[in-house]
Design a protein around this ligand. Structure first.
Ligand code: M6R
Length: 362
């Protein structure tokens, strides 16, 4: 059932080219510069839309953070992300001009359902992005888009993160186009990136040996810092979550610019820095911050856009050119890094201690 893989997690990481193909199938129209998620917003709703609030937990929250930046850029709507357990509709907003989007793989996360119930009670329109047909969330929202990633067994979310971001990117294009905020010519490069995403992820998977070596070389460190800027920030957060979840090592993710505002005090030769150095992530500025950590002795592993060479990196992992989804491709390297560090330590990768795949208590 694991198809020759030792763990579901590695199988699911390797399924990403195919799961992403399912996610985008029939939904992209590159020539027309549009995406179709079969949504049914009431007439006039999108034109008047003032804010998109994303509510989600854990990895789904990081997918939401990635998407919020895309919503602002592509749909021209203010977008915020909240940890579902902390969400309140909030003062100063008009409910009929707000779309609340729950991002939840399982569709059963109690914290996320609680947030959606509060949004519904406030009178906002609600939307779910989920992997699970017939899940509770689909019965509580006005509209649903399925991410079509297929079943995910490993407790650590992997292929569903990629499919969530891809689905939300298509939603951002669709809303932007329908509101008249996005020109076909500006949508096209995003759609081309999505179209090329499965192949780009495959290239990363084909380079797994390089990540395995890095995991073996640096896996026994004291702590791990993951950094990026812009679209690289949610990927840094996700990379750190994945590593801590399955390896039980201390890992932190943050905006690269924040290194010098505190975390740099912790940096030593025993704290590798993993960096997202791609398009959509202000790579040159991020590299400056990485260099500051290297000056204090930290080894640096970078996921780098094809062509951009930062010769001072200790390990450079190339990311194919796919525009704003490059950080999403870089994330596959971070998934593999977490997997191999945890595997070298003999951890219970598919069922980490203290965690459940679906968290149905608040
Ligand atoms: O099913 P959901 O997407 O709502 O789950 C949310 C989180 O519980 C989940 O992403 C969790 O953080 C994962 N174990 C991370 O790998």
């Amino acid at each position: 059932e694991k198809g020759g893989y030792e763990h579901y997690m590695r199988k699911e990481i390797h399924e990403q080219p195919e799961s992403l193909r399912q996610t985008i199938a029939g939904r992209l129209d590159v020539d027309a510069g549009d995406a179709d998620l079969d949504t049914s917003f009431p007439p006039g709703f999108l034109a008047d839309l003032e804010e998109i609030q994303i509510v989600a937990c854990g990895t789904s929250n990081y997918a939401g953070r990635y998407a919020a930046q895309l919503f602002e850029d592509l749909s021209g709507v203010r977008a915020t992300v909240e940890t579902a357990s902390e969400y309140e509709f909030g003062a100063g907003r008009s409910a009929d001009r707000t779309l609340v989007v729950a991002v939840t793989q399982s569709g059963e996360t109690a914290d996320t359902l609680g947030a959606i119930r509060r949004a519904n009670a406030a009178g906002a329109r609600t939307f779910a992005v989920t992997n699970t047909l017939g899940s509770t969330v689909t019965r509580e929202v006005d509209d649903t888009a399925f991410i079509r990633a297929g079943p995910e067994i490993g407790v650590a979310a992997t292929k569903t993160f990629a499919s969530q971001v891809a689905t939300l990117a298509m939603l951002a294009v669709a809303i932007g186009r329908e509101r008249g905020a996005l020109a076909a010519a500006d949508a096209r490069p995003v759609l081309e990136g999505l179209r090329d995403l499965p192949g780009a992820v495959q290239q990363v998977l084909d380079n797994e040996d390089a990540v395995r070596e890095a995991a073996t070389e640096y896996g026994d460190s004291e702590a791990f810092f993951f950094v990026g800027r812009q679209l690289g920030v949610p990927v840094a957060l996700e990379g750190a979550l994945k590593l801590k979840e399955i390896s039980y090592d201390h890992a932190e993710g943050f905006a690269a610019g924040e290194l010098k505002h505190g975390p740099l005090a912790l940096v030593t030769p025993e704290t590798p820095v993993l960096a997202v150095l791609t398009e959509g992530g202000r790579a040159d500025e991020t590299m400056n911050n990485v260099t500051e950590a290297q000056t204090r002795g930290a080894p640096a592993i970078g996921c780098v856009s094809a062509g951009d060479k930062y010769a001072t990196l200790d390990v450079s992992l190339p990311v194919p050119d796919v525009g704003v989804v490059e950080p999403l491709v870089a994330n596959v390297y971070l998934q593999l890094f977490a997997y191999h560090v945890a595997n070298d330590k003999g951890r219970s990768i598919d069922k980490p201690r203290n965690l459940a795949k679906s968290v149905t208590v608040e």
